[in-house]
Design a protein around this ligand. Sequence first.
Ligand code: C2E
Ligand code: CA
Ligand code: CA
Length: 534
Amino acid sequence: MRARLGNPGRDALVLTITFAAIALFVHLATAVIPTAIGAAAGSAQGPDLALANALVLNVALIIFGWRRYRDLTGELAARRTAETAALGLADRDPLTQCLNRRSIAAHCASLAATARERRETLAFVMLDLDRFKQVNDTNGHAAGDALLCAAAARIRVLLPAEALLARLGGDEFAVVVPCAPNQRTVIERLTESIIAAIAEPVAFEDTDLETSMSAGIVLAGPDCAEDPQVLLHRADMAMYHAKRTGRNALAWFEPSMESDLKLRSAIETGIRRGIPAGEFVPHYEKQIDLETGEIKGFEMLARWNSPTLGRITPDVFIPIAEELGQITELSESLIRQALRDAQKWDPKLTLSVNISPVQLRDPWFAQRLLKLLVEANFPPARLEIEVTESCLHENVALVRSLITSLKNQGVKVSLDDFGTGYSSLSQLRSLPFDRIKIDRSFVMNLVGDKDNATIVRSIIALGEGLGLPITAEGIESEAVLAELRTFGKFSGQGYLYGFPENAEKTAAELAQLNLLLEPAPALAPAQASTRRRA
Ligand code: C2E
Ligand code: CA
Ligand code: CA
């Protein structure tokens, strides 16, 4: 709201006229009023007509001046209210009434001064809701707003009176609390109580919205001299660390986080540039029939040799690509290359590719994969996708329909890293997997470790019971292979059979085994089998 403001020049003139009118009124009134009273009493003649008119005009001028004065004070009050409202808007987040990014820094200055006087310091706590986007996407923006308001209210009641609470944008809040420099546990307990309060469901219409919160904490130095923005940034780094190590947790800032974050942001930039530049290439790991020793196929594993950062392992870049929303693009670029490479292999060899849980959330995933197969003219029956157990507890119904539609097209689906997740027997039975892969952590240390041997043996028994073929991964030694062989018939893979190799080296090895077709462009499967080398 903007107040209608008066014209200052005109107002000054009105005031001058009013004062002049009052002075003139006093002068005229002393001349006119006694004469008029005398005339009314019959003891004198009436006042001079011109003087009487001037007096009336004078009264009118005073009334006019007074009304203008009254309007002016009204306008001033309105202007003051509007200015206060505007200041409030600039200072506060309109949704939650918390301070905002700009104003918290200004308020920190006075809080820091008081803390210095009391020989205290300030704790900066950055708070961020976990998976807020999911709530927004699934339940709508009104639900998201309700969750933010509830979160702000729950944080506010837990804070001491002098603490500052700001919403920095999105689902990110910051808290600044004065505390004694040695009171880390007090701040930690306060943060834990905030995390616990946020974990309580928020009722919205007829659903319960659930979320959790991650927090990062840093203390200002003893003299609170640091720039609040720097401290907020450090608390932010700690918060990201908490998120990466499992969410719903808190972390204290440590100087190493600054360099970690720089590396991470370099990796992010590298991924964005590297995908279109073709820096990500597939390597292939042999999958062996343990009984016959024959190669059954290959698992494609992504490799990245960044021109600026050097070799980065998939355990590092895959999760970052997932967070960046680049995993589909990255995975499709790798699968496209892998299908082209596998076209040159003997058609009895299969190709396994790892699929991230993020990709499985895409309702169009099956269609996208089939499109790649059609483009490459690759028989779906030769493709196997590997999904990890963690996919299962995200949305079993979606995963089931996806696996079913892939299977209908002939693509096989394996459950990867089995034994590390939480899939229940009933889930295993209800989902139409074609294969279980025993996680390498159990296989690698099989020899001499009774627990691992028991786990491997029971997974094999489970597979046999459900009629599911098994692959043991992580076979590094002859000793492990010998032990595995005593458990039954199944497939395996691991460094014992060689490290994953690039397309050229894989092709060279296959050529020696007479398992490579002429290096020719995409062929129809029927043609391909006739082109096999003798
Ligand atoms: P994974 O699917 O379990 O792949 C097997 C990993 O074990 C590979 O690591 C492989 O190099 C390693 N490995 C194989 N045999 C042995 C062995 O005998 N001993 C030991 N110590 N390790 C062995 P890598 O290539 O670093 O891949 C790590 C993970 O990254 C993979 O685990 C997979 O989950 C993921 N990944 C790799 N490529 C892709 C991809 O294209 N897309 C997706 N979504 N994930 C991928
Ligand atoms: Ca795998
Ligand atoms: Ca695996």
